[in-house]
Structures are given as C-alpha cells and as structure tokens.
Write a protein that binds this ligand. Structure first.
Ligand code: AKG
Length: 358
C-alpha cells in the first residue's frame, strides 16, 4: 500500500456528547483547557473515515511541509476496542490506537495529579523543560515551552493503574513477550510555541544487529490531541525500515497523531516519531508515556534506585512484577536468590560478609 504524504490520523470527528471538564491552569495561560469526551466506537461507523476528504489547516511548523491536505482512501489505524485489530495494526503499521482506553474519571484523576505535580516542579525550579527553539530559530524565545515530568510512579498512585491496564497483557506483551517490564513512566506536556522533537526510534541505542522490537511506548492522551497542539509526528510502517532516521528534521512523511482524550496509542520501538510542534495560540497537550522493554534490557528509569522505599512497600505484587522486582532467568538476581517466579523482597535478610570462626 502506498502512502500519501501529509495524512493526519484524525479521529476528532467521532466525538459526540463532549462535556467540558473543569479548566485546569497550565503555565497560568488562560484558555488552556481540556475536555473529557466519550468517543463513539469507529467500528460502528459504516464507512471508512479515511475515505472522507478532510482539508487541514496548513499552519504547521515551518519545517514540516506536508500537513496540508488529506484526501485519501488509504487506511491507517483508527481507535478501536478490538484487541485483535490493535495487534494487527501494530504489526502492520507500527502503531495502533485504543478507543476509550481510559474512562473520563480516570483521565480526571490522573491528569489532576500530573498537572499539580508539574506546577509544583515549576514553582520549585526543578521543572524539566523541553521543546525549545531550534538553533536556526533566533527569533523565538529561548525558554523551552514544553515540560516533561519524570519518575511518575513515585509521584502518585494514580499512575500505577496504567501498568495494570488490559492493554499491557493484550498488546504490549504481544510485541515484547509476557515478561515485559516498565522502562519509564513519564509525561510530556506541550505548550504553545513548542517545537518538533527530532525524529527518532525509541530503540535507537541498540548498537548490534537486532531487527525486532525490544521496546515500545504507550501514549495516553489526557487531553484531545490535535495537529495544532502537538499531536505526535509518526511515520507509519517505519518500524520495518530497520534503521534509525538519517534526517531527523525531515518531517515530510509524518502523519500527525490526533485523537480524543482517553485514547491510547501503542507504538513499536522501531517507529520513527517525535513530539509535534504546538502551533496553537492557547491549547496545551497533556500526554503520559509508558515506555516498556523486554526483561533483559536495562530500564530507562533505574527503578530499583529511583523509587522510594515507601512507594515500593505500597505497591501491589502485580505492579512490582511489572517494574522488574522479579528475577528473569539469571538477570536481575539478588542474594539470597528468591524462589523461581517469586518477587524480590527488598527487606529480606541479606547474605553479608562471613568468615569461618576459629
Ligand atoms: O510527546 C510526544 O509526542 C512524543 C515524545 C517522544 O517521542 C519521546 O519522548 O521519545
């Protein structure tokens, strides 16, 4: 199947009965609000939405030349509640979308904790800024408008449920095997003025000939994702190219990942992608990223160290398993060695230095 350039993964036109939630202040900029909506399952629609002509506003970032016109009958994955469809989309296109993956109540709770944390990190001067102007953009303000929030498992129980969501067993394990572990749990909040991230593959650090996926990502949309507010750029089927992008600022083949709040997108670690530019005047995009890896790969966040004792003590066993508190074959071992498949007990009695008494 050939790909027309400049297509947008847009599912906004499925939204019905959209209710506005309480506005949440982002960077104290007025008008940055988020809506909680119920998404009609596109499978119930008779026609393929990709057959519908849709004219998009060509106001994207100056270096993104292609997000102008979509008028195509090509199909791309759309949000679905069928795990079979998602597995097939993931294998074929390198990404798949789950409709209504989070309930409105889950979105409200997770987003409220995240935004509170993000604001507090800014207030304390420890915020991690991102999405700054590129070197050639001398006219843009030098403060990077986007914000990353890291180590979320330590920052609220609200985030834990994402690691136990059915999408993990059904989709993540389909790609990476059943013993998959969480690599990191972070957020990326894009704000107006945010610049596109260089295209990359999430397993670009693999420096030996591995052609399969060893990691993947779940992007949870905690607000609507639009072309204007930073919907992720992504090149469908690029997971099959078996290489990393050679021109990270060439966005010509990208589509823009858009969708209603509550949608989840899983993308293969080999797919070329990056944060889209936020060209809106007042719309922020709140995204939470669950990065996953095979159990023999080093985690992005060093969870054995980064999570506090209190967090570990409070976590249910199912969650501890997902963050690597289990020996995988001979990897991640401790002394004394736990029984096969048992969880590692952080408070176990250690085998320390010993000597034969005289
Ligand atoms: O926030 C996004 O849209 C994508 C972020 C991303 O690509 C990354 O963190 O590697």
């Amino acid at each position: 199947m050939g790909w027309a350039r400049g297509m947008s993964i847009n599912v906004d036109f499925y939204r019905q009965d959209v209710k506005k939630s309480t506005n949440i202040d982002l960077f104290s900029s007025p008008g940055c609000s988020a809506s909680i909506g119920r998404c009609v399952n596109p499978q119930h629609l008779e026609s393929n939405p990709w057959a519908r002509p849709k004219t998009l506003n060509c106001t994207a970032h100056e270096h993104h030349k292609s997000l102008c016109i979509m008028n195509t009958s090509d199909s791309l994955p759309i949000p679905t509640t069928s795990f079979d469809q998602m597995r097939s989309d993931l294998d074929e296109y390198g990404f798949c979308l789950m409709a209504d993956a989070l309930s409105p109540e889950q979105v409200i709770a997770i987003k409220a904790r995240l935004l509170d944390q993000a604001e507090a990190e800014r207030a304390d001067g420890v915020a991690l800024r991102d999405g700054g102007p590129m070197p050639w953009q001398n006219d843009l303000p030098k403060i990077a408008p986007n914000q990353r929030v890291m180590n979320l498992l330590d920052k609220g129980e609200e985030f834990w449920q994402l690691l136990l969501h059915p999408i993990v067993d059904e989709i993540i394990c389909h790609l990476l095997g059943e013993n998959v572990i969480s690599s990191s749990v972070t957020a990326n909040i894009t704000h107006p003025g945010g610049q596109p991230m260089p295209l990359h593959s999430d397993q670009g650090y693999v420096d030996i000939p591995i052609t399969d996926a060893v990691v993947c990502n779940t992007m949870w949309m905690l607000t609507d994702y639009t072309e204007e507010n930073g919907g992720t750029y992504l090149i469908p089927k690029s997971h099959l190219r078996n290489q990393v992008p050679d021109k990270p600022f060439d966005f010509d083949e990208c589509v823009s990942l858009t969708g209603p709040v509550g949608t989840a997108c899983v993308f293969d670690g080999r797919v070329w992608h990056g944060t889209g530019p936020n060209t809106s005047s007042d719309d922020s995009r709140v995204g939470l990223l669950n990065y996953w890896c095979r159990p023999w790969l080093r985690q992005q966040e060093n969870m054995a160290v980064s999570l506090s004792d209190e967090t570990i003590a409070a976590m249910p066993d199912a969650l501890l398993r997902r963050i690597g508190y289990r020996v995988h074959l001979t990897l991640g071992n401790v002394d004394p060695q736990p029984a096969a498949a048992a969880l590692i007990d952080r408070n176990r009695e250690r085998v320390g230095r010993r000597s034969v008494s005289s």
